[in-house]
Structures are given as structure tokens and as C-alpha cells.
Design a protein around this ligand. Structure first.
Ligand SMILES: [Fe+2]
Length: 295
């Protein structure tokens, strides 16, 4: 079968594509991987339907696109994870597979996924692609929304672009969770989550286009007073998440969605948290810290 990609919506012909012609469970060829990478460089988000896969099959597919991240951004490092360290657990389930209690600290932490963010922007070398597989989804709600940060950059006024250009932001999960009032950290967690610097503007290697690099994890700008930095980041976030830049993915069971964290933000939307929402994420790392990448 030949890989075929078409825009999901004619409203946004260059953002979010529907990919057909491969079975992730059966494995893909190098040519398939190159075609997917080309599609990603154009659309930044690709949706694959009807992919009933295991974690091992998802991981093997993901490895075609670069070095793999381990799930070290999770709160739970107790060794009682439900899934292996190769897979980020994007669910509301505890290690026994039951829905977490409302006061479970891991559940409170996971609410950070409802803020617009770029995965692993709090890591020195952040992520390139996230690959998310829907294993069990609630009857309604729990969409994942994606914002096109290359289009958002293109639409900024030239004077704002100039203001952004050389700025360096600090990213940490302490900042994103702090926005929700999640502030009770252990000393070890504070030490582990120390801020890392990231460029505010990146040149997207696959398309040679400039992109904003925004995330709820960004909480400071080098050389700026905090309120000045926070209001600027907030204004940029509001700009970048306007309707014309956003695709909202309504999950079907066995969907697989790939997105480029270098040029998008995403967030989950509200759902009935008594229902199971179980998605498994594998994550491909970028090849260097953003400060070492050319702009
Ligand atoms: Fe995420």
C-alpha cells in the first residue's frame, strides 16, 4: 500500500493531516518512515486511524524517527509504574488499572496536560515527536487540541517578531504545575525539575520555517523582570491558540496521532474523570538543546 496524506480540514490545508496506507503493527520500511517524516515536516500533526498496537509495536515504529526518550518527566519514580519507562502513561489510571482518586497526587499533577504545552520542553534536549496511541477513551470530551506555532509566528506583527527573536526562556514543570497551584514538591523533585533554557524562536529543521517555541513550562525570560516576562508569554500564548491556528482531535479508539513538538503546542480538554481515558505515548528526542540549534 502507498502512503497517502490529505489535510484533515480544508480550513487549515497546511496543518494536521490524515495519513493512510500503513499498519504500525506490521512495521514500516525506511521509505515509509521517510514519507511520514516528509508529511510531518509539512503538517506537524498526522492522524492514523485503526492502529491496534502493543507498546512494543508503538516503540519500534517510533524509533524510525530518532533517539527515544525515557518517561522521566513523570511524577512517579517509585518503581510501581503501570507501564514501562519506554512509555509515558497518559491516563487517569493507577498501577492497578483503576481510575485514580480525585486527591491522588499523580492525578493532580497530570492536570498539567490540560494546559497548552510542548512535551519535554523542560528537558535540556527536548522532544521532537510525540506519538500517542488511544487504547481506551471516554464517551465524550478528552480531545487533544493542537496549535500551529509556525503559522502563529508568521502572523505576528514584525515588531513583535523582532522582540521575540533572541529571547531565551526558562522551562520547568515547577512553572507549569505552579500555574495550577500545585506547589508542594519534595526536595528531590525540586532538584530534578530545575529550569532549563530554551530559545523562544526556533528554526524548524524539517521545513526551514521559523516557529515560536511556547509551553506552559516556560516561566521566565532571561534578563527580564518576572511580570514583564510572564505577560509577554501569556500574550504570545493567547495569540498562538486562536481558533485559526488550532486543530481539535476527537479521539476514536485505536487512533494513533504523531505531532512535532518543535512547532506545535497541545492540550487535553475536559472529560468525565470517572471514566477511563487511557493513552500511551512514546517520545522521540530532538538531536540537541535548542540553544545549540541554528536559527
Ligand atoms: Fe503533552
Amino acid at each position: 500500500m502507498t502512503i497517502y496524506i490529505k489535510p484533515i480540514s480544508l480550513e487549515r490545508p497546511d496543518f494536521a493531516g490524515l495519513l493512510s496506507g500503513i499498519s504500525v503493527a506490521n512495521g514500516i520500511s525506511k521509505d515509509d518512515a521517510a514519507a511520514i517524516e516528509d508529511g510531518m515536516n509539512h503538517f506537524a500533526v498526522l492522524v492514523l486511524r485503526d492502529q491496534q498496537i502493543t507498546d512494543d509495536q508503538q516503540y519500534a515504529f517510533s524509533e524510525h524517527f530518532g533517539p527515544m526518550e525515557q518517561a522521566t518527566g513523570d511524577l512517579d519514580k517509585s518503581g510501581t509504574r503501570r507501564l514501562s519507562m519506554k512509555v509515558n502513561d497518559i491516563s487517569n489510571l493507577d498501577e492497578d488499572g483503576t481510575v485514580m482518586a480525585i486527591d491522588d497526587r499523580r492525578r493532580q499533577f497530570s492536570l498539567g496536560n490540560r494546559l497548552w504545552h510542548s512535551d519535554s520542553s523542560f528537558k535540556q534536549t527536548p522532544s521532537k515527536f510525540s506519538i500517542l496511541s488511544a487504547r481506551d477513551i471516554p464517551a465524550s470530551g478528552g480531545n487533544t487540541q493542537f496549535a500551529d506555532l509556525r503559522a502563529a509566528w508568521d502572523a505576528l506583527a514584525p515588531e513583535i517578531q523582532k522582540e521575540c527573536m533572541d529571547k531565551i526562556c526558562d522551562h520547568s514543570q515547577l512553572y507549569s504545575r505552579g500555574l495550577l497551584g500545585f506547589t508542594e514538591w519534595t526536595e528531590a523533585e525540586v532538584a530534578f525539575n530545575q529550569p532549563v533554557p530554551q530559545r523562544l524562536v526556533r528554526r524548524h529543521a524539517g521545513s526551514d520555517r521559523l516557529s515560536l517555541y511556547l509551553s506552559a513550562h516556560a516561566g521566565a525570560i532571561h534578563g527580564q523582570p518576572m511580570p514583564e516576562a510572564r505577560i509577554f508569554l501569556r500574550e504570545l500564548n493567547e495569540h498562538a491558540t486562536q481558533h485559526q491556528f488550532v486543530y481539535s482531535h476527537e479521539w476514536q479508539a485505536s487512533d494513533l496521532v504523531i505531532w512535532d513538538n518543535r512547532a506545535t503546542m497541545h492540550r487535553a480538554t475536559r472529560y468525565d474523570s470517572e471514566q477511563v481515558r487511557d493513552l500511551h505515548r512514546t517520545t522521540v528526542s530532538d538531536n540537541a538543546p535548542t540553544l545549540q540549534q541554528p536559527v
